[in-house]
Write a protein that binds this ligand. Structure first.
Ligand SMILES: N[C@@H](CCC(=O)N[C@@H](CS)C(=O)NCC(=O)O)C(=O)O
Length: 209
């Protein structure tokens, strides 16, 4: 298998953590988003959506989305389970993964991509160029605050985001919350339950990769 990664970006970090938690060693090709390598003809031939992560499996299947990559690896390498084993667990884990993506990751992306001068004309990833909309950056900042509040309330008395063990939902929420640092928002003791969970996930070896 080949894993197309970018060490500075949050989406590939999610897949990287998932791979590490599974104990897998997969050949890595670094794609520099800073240099615009995702827009090169060579990379577009692999993923026309011009995004990382991408996993090319041993049978030649190309998977370009975190959820697709996670579902494939979970089915091919079931231990340890990261996406649940019972119907209830599977539903709950994907529910919280979607909440983290839509209510956490999207606001951070909107806040960053609509305000950073280096991302002028690149407000949305992909092969097409989009102008920045400053109001979206502002809205994103407000929504990040709401997401932190929501997760703090949810994590009171819990060790993990979904079910009673570490799962894809923890990976997704952790990586996207950690990435809020790019818009100068960090978890602090104003959100004590979130902070306890965040520190525990951060201590896992997979979070340091
Ligand atoms: N929904 C995709 C998102 C992939 C994505 O947006 N990746 C970003 C890096 S975090 C990217 O490749 N950006 C390219 C760009 O900014 O041009 C997933 O979860 O895998």
């Amino acid at each position: 298998m080949i894993f197309y990664d970018c060490s500075t970006a949050p989406s590939p970090r999610r897949a990287r953590m998932f791979i590490a938690e599974k104990g897998l060693e997969i050949d890595i090709r670094e794609v520099s988003l800073l240099k615009g390598e995702q827009l090169s003809p060579e990379f577009l031939a692999i993923n026309p959506s011009a995004t990382v992560p991408v996993l090319v499996t041993d049978d030649g299947t190309t998977l370009s989305e975190n959820l697709g990559i996670a579902a494939y690896l979970e089915a091919a390498f079931p231990e340890p389970p990261l996406m649940g084993t019972t119907p209830q667990e599977k539903g709950e884990i994907l529910m919280w993964t979607a909440i983290a993506e839509m209510q956490g990751g999207l606001p951070v992306a909107e806040a960053l991509r609509n305000s950073n001068p280096h991302m002028k004309g690149r407000a949305i990833p992909g092969p097409a160029n989009f102008d920045q909309i400053p109001e979206l950056a502002e809205r994103g900042m407000t929504r990040i605050g709401l997401f932190f509040d929501k997760m703090n309330a949810h994590l009171e008395g819990r060790d993990f985001v979904a079910t009673d063990r570490f799962t894809l939902a923890d990976i997704t929420a952790f990586v996207l919350i950690d990435f809020a640092r790019v818009v100068k928002i960090r978890v602090s003791d104003t959100h004590p339950h979130l902070l306890r969970w965040y520190e525990a996930i951060k201590a896992r070896p997979s979070a340091g990769l």
